[in-house]
Write a protein that binds this ligand. Structure first.
Ligand SMILES: Cc1ncc(COP(=O)(O)O)c(C=O)c1O
Length: 375
């Protein structure tokens, strides 16, 4: 139901921080999940050229064919999985793709499984299509690992799908191949959010398509290619749903922005070195922030290996980390995300984003240290 949709708390923290900045207060942002890098040069060139050359019109509703071919090639090269460009819908960021998948799969009252903690918006997208999000609780003491037996217990005749996300927000963790296989074998449709693919520092990410065809893949250009504001994402879907998805896309969104799509082609074809450079920098920050947070007394039950987040246990400092996050913002001038944004199991935790310069992260931790001493 619409009234059940909860605020995206990280945005509330950000908006409060921006209000403080307008009053002249310097804030260190560790709340937002947005790369601090500019788009790779090849992307900005492609976007500018697209605009200058008049590629500013509606495209095919499913996306420019060359972009869809590039996406299919990317998946083949990275995971050895083959699908046709005809199975791709290019979207304005991955968020509209989430909405379209759920609208395609769910009737009123159907259930969709989501991990708790997990990406804040999944449950709200489920509610937006009048379906019901069903939580599968993850425990810090187990390193927030997925226990497949717990997942099975939540499946009912109304279950339409399960969301997975690897590397994950908020943990930066990878789902092990064996667990991916077990999820694929549950017999329910898997919605695999692969948006943090490409940002992996230890181990290897897998695509759900290596394990099952009964799956929708969500992915996009926001994180890997630092293209958040260009709003470009995509959905890979089983053939039987493609016509419905195309009709939804035509009616709801028409098509993704044409210039961003041209940027997307350049990103896939030419930005490998930029991605490697950004990854090396994220990795350095990751090591620094994990050590820094531990030194300040936070406990980290699952150390991040991908994306750009650390989910830190702050229960030794505060039971209610919603209030604590706003206290930190007001007193230490550091933006952090309350764990409750990711579900009830996130209470007592804070999510730190290291999509900020090493210099700012150092300053943020120093401010935090000073503040914690006053408690
Ligand atoms: C796990 C996850 N999925 C999807 C999104 C949405 O990204 P976008 O709409 O920019 O593609 C985000 C953004 O933070 C995310 O963290």
């Amino acid at each position: 139901m619409l009234e059940d949709i909860t605020p995206f708390i990280v945005m509330e923290v950000l908006e409060k921080a921006q209000e403080m900045e307008r009053q002249g207060i310097n804030i260190i942002h560790m709340e937002v999940g947005e790369p601090d890098f500019d788009v790779p040069y090849c992307v900005s060139e492609a976007v500018v050229n697209a605009v200058r050359n008049g590629q500013t019109h509606y495209t095919h509703s499913l996306g420019i064919p060359k972009l869809r071919e590039a996406i299919a090639t990317l998946y083949y090269e990275e995971f050895g999985v083959s699908f046709s460009p005809e199975n791709i819908v290019v979207t304005s960021g991955s968020s509209p793709a989430i909405l379209m998948v759920l609208r395609t799969l769910c009737d009123v009252g159907d259930e969709v499984l989501v991990f708790n903690p997990g990406y804040a918006c999944y449950a709200n997208f489920v509610r937006a299509v009048n379906a019901v999000p069903v939580n599968i609780d993850l425990c810090p003491e187990d390193g927030f690992r997925i226990d497949i037996e717990e997942v099975k217990k939540k499946i009912t005749p109304k279950t339409k799908a399960i969301f997975i996300n690897s590397p994950s927000n908020p943990f930066g963790a990878l789902i092990e191949p064996e667990v991916m296989r077990q999820i694929a074998e549950l017999g329910i449709t898997v919605i695999s959010d692969e948006i943090y693919h490409g940002l992996v520092y230890e181990g290897k990410a897998h695509s759900i398509l290596e394990y099952t065809d009964n799956a929708f893949v969500l992915n996009g250009f926001s994180k890997r290619f630092a293209m958040t504001g260009l709003r470009l994402g995509y959905l890979v879907a089983p053939t039987k749903y493609m016509r419905t998805l195309q009709i939804l896309q035509q009616n709801l969104f028409i098509c993704a922005p044409s210039d961003a799509q041209m940027g997307g082609i350049a990103a896939i074809e030419e930005a490998d070195e930029d991605v490697a450079r950004m990854c090396a920098i994220y990795d350095e920050r990751r090591k620094f922030i994990v050590e820094g947070l531990k030194r300040l007394g936070f406990k980290i039950w699952t150390e991040p290996v991908g994306a750009f987040y650390v989910f830190a246990d702050a229960r030794m400092f505060a039971a209610d980390t919603y209030k604590f996050a706003f206290d930190i913002l007001e007193n230490a001038h550091v933006g952090v995300t309350p764990g409750i944004d990711f579900g009830s199991q996130g209470q007592g935790f804070l999510r730190f984003s290291y999509a900020n310069s090493l210099e700012n992260i150092k300053e943020g931790l120093a401010r935090l240290e000073k503040y914690l001493k006053t408690l």
